[in-house]
Design a protein around this ligand. Structure first.
Ligand code: FE2
Length: 208
C-alpha cells in the first residue's frame, strides 16, 4: 500500500466496555434490593421475553447501592461526547432513567432501541455460569453492508453486521441509544441480573 495513504474513520459507532471498581461489594448490595423488588412488584413489559423488567424508578429504590455504577456511567458518557452548544466549561449533564432486569433460564430480550435518549448503558450485577445471555448489537448499516459481497468484511474496523458481547458481573457497556440491541436466551441455571440506564440530554441550563 502506498505510504502516503491515510485511513479516516467516518460514522463510527462507539461501544464502550468498562469495569466498575469494587464490583463485588456493589453487587452484594444491589442484588438483594433487586430481588426483593422483583418479589414485591410484577414489573413491566418492554423488551423482556419471559424475564422480569422493573419499573423505571431504580434510582429511587436502589439509590445508595447503585450510585457508584451510575457515577461511572456518567463519567464515560461525558468523556465520549463533545457538546458544540455548551459554552467553555459548561456541562449539560444528563437526565437518567434506570431499571433492573432479571432473566431466569430461557428469558431473553427482543431487539429494540431507545428513541428518547442519547446513551444506553448496562451494568451486570450477576451472570451465573451458563451459555447465552449475550448482548447482541445490530449493525445500523444493515442490510446495505452485506448486499453485494457478504463474504467481505472491512479489515480492523471493529464489529460488523452483528456484535455479540458476553457479559460478566461488574462490567459496564455504553452505546448509542439508537443502536438496535437484544439479549439472547439465557441458558444458565441461575440468574442473569443487569441494570439498564438511559441517559438523555436536557436543554442547557440558562437557555441558549
Ligand atoms: Fe435496551
Amino acid at each position: 500500500m502506498a505510504s502516503n495513504s491515510r485511513l479516516d474513520l467516518a460514522f463510527a459507532t462507539p461501544v464502550i466496555v468498562d469495569r466498575v471498581d469494587n464490583a463485588e461489594a456493589i453487587n452484594a448490595a444491589l442484588e438483594p434490593l433487586i430481588l426483593a423488588r422483583r418479589q414485591a412488584d410484577k414489573g413491566i413489559a418492554r423488551s423482556n421475553l419471559g424475564g422480569w423488567h422493573s419499573d423505571t424508578g431504580l434510582l429511587r429504590w436502589a439509590a445508595d447501592a447503585v450510585r457508584p455504577v451510575v457515577a461511572r456511567m456518567v463519567e464515560l458518557a461525558d468523556a465520549h461526547v463533545v457538546d458544540v452548544q455548551a459554552r467553555p466549561g459548561q456541562r449539560r449533564g444528563w437526565m437518567l432513567d434506570a431499571w433492573a432486569n432479571v432473566n431466569q433460564t430461557g428469558a431473553a430480550n427482543a431487539p429494540h432501541s431507545h428513541g428518547a435518549s442519547f446513551w444506553s448503558a448496562v451494568y451486570y450485577v450477576r451472570v451465573d455460569e451458563g451459555e447465552g445471555g449475550e448482548l447482541v448489537l445490530n449493525d445500523p448499516r444493515m442490510p446495505m453492508i452485506e448486499m453485494h459481497a457478504p463474504f467481505l468484511y472491512f479489515r480492523d474496523m471493529g464489529g460488523e453486521r452483528l456484535v455479540r458481547l458476553r457479559p460478566n458481573a461488574g462490567q459496564i457497556l455504553l452505546f448509542p441509544s439508537w443502536l438496535v440491541h437484544s439479549v439472547t436466551p439465557w441458558q444458565g441455571e441461575g440468574l442473569r441480573i443487569s441494570i439498564a440506564v438511559n441517559l438523555s440530554a436536557p436543554p442547557l441550563a440558562g437557555g441558549q
